[in-house]
Write a protein that binds this ligand. Structure first.
Ligand code: WT7
Length: 652
């Protein structure tokens, strides 16, 4: 076995064909999907050109499809011109002016329906306000708002005048906000006084003021939306009340048509590895990806009420709240609060209340709600659901089955979507009327996505039990266009390993004989035990399959003989006893995966260091396991205090 391969030891044989009832009502039938695959395979660029003509309104149509003369700096549809907000709003008005665009539910339960006409008018007014305050095409605007419709208005308002937005998640600290403002040299910040999440006040304006205390001379204007009504300090000549800024603005604003390659937004990645990177995306290619994936993966159509539970602060909220559903003219739910407030049935109550048909969330939320017990979903009639999706990390088969049975009533296909901030939209996923799904597998690459798995020497990995580097071998329209201000880092990070055409995702993956992919984890996280390379995900998945375990994180620690020894940090379910359990769990993993995967050490803990988007920061876990001093920035952690607690845990 080659050194660069990653052994896959998890066995999963359950499979679920698309239910006939789903196929009967699908917008994209199996034959339509088949057709997409065939035409994409015949002519990669021709396929994407046809999709771009079909799904986007171009102010000026394109003749150049892909310019790859300066790879990896690719240009798609480069002589085309369009406006993203026009595509999300104006073009729907003849048919959908009075259709609800956003069903908004606040933290406290208030509900507001915003029609496409209203969203259009609010966006135009706000775009005019931006312009009146000197914001122009190409200027950067940082958005630091709660997950409320005004965030979508702010994003589409920027896009309308060609300004480049950079949304910063409302849970981030002043330091994280400041770094992002400085890196993008933002001319304006859009924030709110504060908002309630889970009944607790989040002081957005106060944090913004603190961020702006140092080294942010680039910021000329701060727009402040009044959401919570909490006391705030307004700085004269800098801070403007949103309501005042839009009060006298016309409800029309001619869209600024931009070149297809004009940056639509910058988004800093969640930072589970290294210093944050300002990933930026193009206008035409990105929007095309948002639309195609909403249509193909989520099968969205006029019958749907779509709900993506992400926050607009993440790429998921960009593509599957602000841009995708709006560009498709689909009604969606947007939620300000948290899944467990006021009670752990909040999401399920909302599915029922708003008649949600397509529901998209993260494995971390599924696991957390599964831990609360079946009585919460059972309180509500969930039969409006027809399709379920997941994103963000590998979903362990246990959680997949729970989602399938308890939430989907064994009626709804599950689309486990693999993608990244960098990829802009779904890349590898099941297509619901077409794909036979397997718990824990992300299925197959989408039409027009040239995914592959390579070993260190660049050879394709054919062995179904071996893993390797997940790569994309051809450019696609919605790929990132760069790291803001750092072209070398872009080139090195994503195209430095094989060649200038081969995008390296940074994940390890494995592919079975039918071509189904399984994500094994980040390549930085791969364990090397006695020459066997194991993904962290399989060991974690085996641990959470034990009835006493609710969550687990697995890392390697140098070991004289084995190279690396596996250390597992384990969170137990309520009521489970740690006594004697460590040995039981070690044997359990050995039984499930083989003795090679048996953890050397099990440590019980109450929590794990997670990014705000719910990803375990394994670099930190690794430092704890190795008893190293923590020198990394922990300010973007959801729960910074957990590190000390983990360091203090006794070893069993
Ligand atoms: C990383 C990207 C994409 C939106 C949210 C996260 C992991 C993502 C899956 C999945 C297994 C997944 C990968 C990827 N990931 N989706 N379905 N199965 N792993 O965006 O913060 O850019 O993270 O999340 O490791 O590289 P992101």
């Amino acid at each position: 076995m080659a050194d660069s391969q990653i052994d896959s030891v998890l066995k999963e044989s359950r499979s679920f064909p698309p239910p006939q009832a789903f196929i009967d009502n699908a917008n994209y039938k199996p034959a339509d999907i088949e057709q997409l695959y065939t035409s994409a395979a015949e002519d990669h660029t021709g396929f994407w050109a046809a999709q771009a003509r079909r799904h986007l309104y171009w102010h000026q149509s394109f003749s150049s499809v892909l310019n790859d003369s300066n790879a990896p700096f690719f240009r798609w549809f480069e002589d085309g011109e369009l406006n993203a907000s026009f595509n999300c709003l104006d073009r729907h008005l003849p048919e959908r002016a009075d259709q609800t665009a956003i069903i908004f539910e606040g933290d406290d339960g208030e509900v507001e329906n915003v029609t496409f006409q209203q969203l259009y008018e609010r966006t135009c007014r706000f775009a005019n306000a931006l312009r009146s305050n000197g914001i122009e095409k190409g200027d950067r605007v940082v958005i630091y708002l709660p997950n409320i419709p005004q965030a979508v208005v702010a994003m589409l308002g920027c896009a309308r005048i060609g300004a480049i937005h950079s949304v910063v998640f409302g849970g981030f600290s002043a330091v994280a906000l400041r770094n992002r403002i400085q890196d993008a040299e933002a001319k304006a910040v859009i924030t709110a006084d504060g908002n309630y999440r889970g009944g607790k006040l989040v002081q957005l304006k106060q944090t913004t003021d603190k961020a702006l205390e140092e080294g942010c001379d680039c910021v000329e204007t701060v727009f402040v939306y009044r959401r919570a009504g909490n006391d705030i300090k307004m700085t004269p000549d800098r801070d403007i009340d949103w309501a005042q800024a839009v009060a006298d603005q016309p409800a029309e604003c001619p869209p600024v048509n931009v070149e297809s390659e004009h940056p639509l937004f910058i988004l800093y990645t969640s930072g589970s590895t290294g210093r944050p990177k300002g990933i930026y995306h193009s206008t035409g290619g990105y929007l095309l990806g948002a639309i195609c994936t909403c249509r193909w993966t989520f099968d969205l159509g006029d019958q749907d009420i779509f709900w993506c539970t992400a926050d607009v602060g993440w790429v998921t909220g960009h593509t599957y709240i602000a841009y995708g559903p709006t560009a498709c003219g689909v009604t969606q739910v947007m939620f300000e609060g948290v899944p467990t407030y006021p009670e752990p049935d909040r999401l399920w109550a909302m599915v029922k209340r708003h008649g949600v048909s397509v529901f998209y969330t993260a494995p971390t939320a599924i696991r957390a709600l599964m831990r609360q017990g079946d009585q919460y979903p059972q309180r509500h009639d969930l039969t409006s659901l027809r399709l379920l999706g997941t994103v963000g990390e590998p979903i362990n088969p246990e959680a997949w089955m729970w989602y399938y049975q308890v939430i989907g009533g064994e009626r709804c296909p599950i689309v486990d979507t693999w993608w990244q901030t960098e990829t802009g939209g779904h890349m590898i996923t099941a297509l619901p009327s077409y794909t036979e799904t397997h718990p824990g597998s992300v299925s197959k690459p989408l039409p027009g996505i040239a995914a592959d798995i390579l070993d260190e020497s660049g050879q394709r990995v054919e062995d179904a039990h071996a893993g390797g580097y997940l790569v994309i071998r051809k450019p696609w329209p919605f790929m990132l266009r760069g790291i803001w201000g750092d072209p070398e880092r872009y080139q090195e990070t994503y195209f430095g390993m094989f060649d200038a055409l081969t995008y390296v995702a940074g994940d390890s993956a494995q592919r079975d004989h039918e071509g189904n992919y399984r994500i094994l984890g980040r390549t930085d996280d791969v364990l090397n035990v006695s020459g066997h390379r194991l993904g962290t995900m399989e060991v974690e998945s085996a641990l959470v399959a034990h009835q006493a375990v609710s969550e687990a994180a697995v890392v390697g620690r140098p070991h004289d003989i084995k190279g690396e020894a596996i250390v597992a940090f384990v969170i137990l379910k309520a009521g489970a006893q740690a006594d004697g359990l460590a040995d039981e769990l070690r044997s359990w993993v050995a039984e499930q995966l083989g003795s090679i995967a048996k953890p050397e050490e099990i440590r019980f803990t109450d929590g794990l260091p997670k990014t705000r988007s719910g990803k375990i920061m394994r670099r930190l876990v690794r430092s704890v396991a190795r008893n190293e001093e923590i020198t990394q920035d922990t300010s973007t952690l959801e729960n910074p205090q957990i590190i000390e607690q983990m360091q203090a845990e006794e070893v069993r």
